[in-house]
Design a protein around this ligand. Structure first.
Ligand SMILES: Nc1ncnc2c1ncn2[C@@H]1O[C@H](COP(=O)(O)OP(=O)(O)OP(=O)(O)O)[C@@H](O)[C@H]1O
Ligand SMILES: [Mg+2]
Length: 288
């Protein structure tokens, strides 16, 4: 019997046992309990991003801890989304982009020559502003990534789908209609489904770019609560326009202005005792 990584991109994630060439789920308990990552940490050093001739991110050095919620705040156009996209290499899809500096995740240089982009994007799952369910059933949405990576075992898929819907706070609402179309869900439910789909492929970090801004207040609150629960197991980085949201859930805050990190630190420090005058002005609404 040989044990192989369930997903080749995540050394600490689940494993299946191969017996006579067939998958079995002998490792069931471990399979569902082992998705916690130890010591994951993002280290950004001297990062500069230029698109065409536009210098968008300027000499950013930043550490983002695991198992905390880090909120990135700053006025529109300051580079928050670009920073998030650079952290999970979605920026690679942008034409004429030039990236200097380094980003290490868990001691892995994510811009290293041998790194696979798909591996990085799974490790740092991005939840965008609007939910993007695939045109298929609720079950198939969550199972999608696992199937692509070769999991065919029906029982294993069922467990993965159930566990990740539980983790995303959606299970109770959909357990009796798993095989109906995901597009029938409300927008807030669709966003939690996308969260479940991202969790199912075993990320270390969850990145949210205004992930609640298209949702009604109750759905938004629901997703916020999920983030607070999920930080026990994942590092979470959220770009938010809503200072009240950052106040409610951030452990750490990064304030970006015109492509530069002006100030970073614990939410308590940045909100209650900011060091920089620009931070003070932004927080008090002098500009937005
Ligand atoms: N693909 C692109 N091509 C050219 N310029 C871009 C591109 N993407 C972003 N930019 C520019 O980079 C700057 C930062 O954009 P970004 O989307 O990161 O800002 P943001 O802080 O997320 O703003 P918002 O709060 O409005 O979402 C802007 O001036 C924007 O026009
Ligand atoms: Mg943005």
């Amino acid at each position: 019997m040989i044990t192989v990584p369930y997903f080749n991109f995540n050394k600490t994630f689940r494993s299946f046992q191969l017996k006579n060439g067939k998958e079995s789920i002998a490792n069931d308990e471990k399979l569902l309990a082992s998705d916690s990552i130890k010591n994951a940490n993002i280290k950004i050093s001297n990062l500069n991003v230029t698109i065409k001739d536009n210098h968008i991110l300027k000499n950013i050095s930043l550490e983002i801890p695991d198992k905390k919620i880090t909120c990135i705040i700053g006025p529109s156009g300051c580079g928050k989304s670009t920073l998030l996209k650079t952290i999970n290499r979605l920026i690679d899809d942008v034409p004429n982009v030039k990236i200097d500096g380094s980003i290490y995740v868990d001691d892995e240089d994510i811009y290293g020559k041998k790194v696979e982009i798909t591996h990085i994007r799974k490790k740092l799952g991005l939840l965008s502003q609007r939910p993007t369910p695939l045109p298929m059933s609720i079950f198939d949405n969550v199972a999608f990534g696992c199937r692509i990576h070769g999991t065919k075992n029906k029982k294993a898929l069922q467990k993965i789908v159930e566990q990740n819907l539980i983790n995303a706070g959606l299970w109770e609402e959909v357990k009796d209609r798993l095989h109906t179309s995901a597009s029938d869900l409300s927008i807030g439910q669709q966003q939690r489904l996308c969260l479940a789909r991202g969790l199912a492929v075993g990320p270390q970090f969850i990145l949210g770019d205004e992930a609640t801004s298209a949702l009604d207040p109750i759905s938004s609150q629901h997703i916020e609560n999920m983030f607070v629960k999920l930080k026990e197991r994942y590092g979470i980085i959220l770009v938010t326009h809503t200072l009240r949201q950052a106040l409610r859930i951030a452990d750490n805050v990064v304030f970006v202005y015109l492509g530069e990190v002006i100030e970073t630190g614990s939410a308590d420090k940045v909100f209650n005792n900011p060091e920089h005058e620009l931070t003070r002005q932004y927080l008090s609404g002098v500009f937005s």
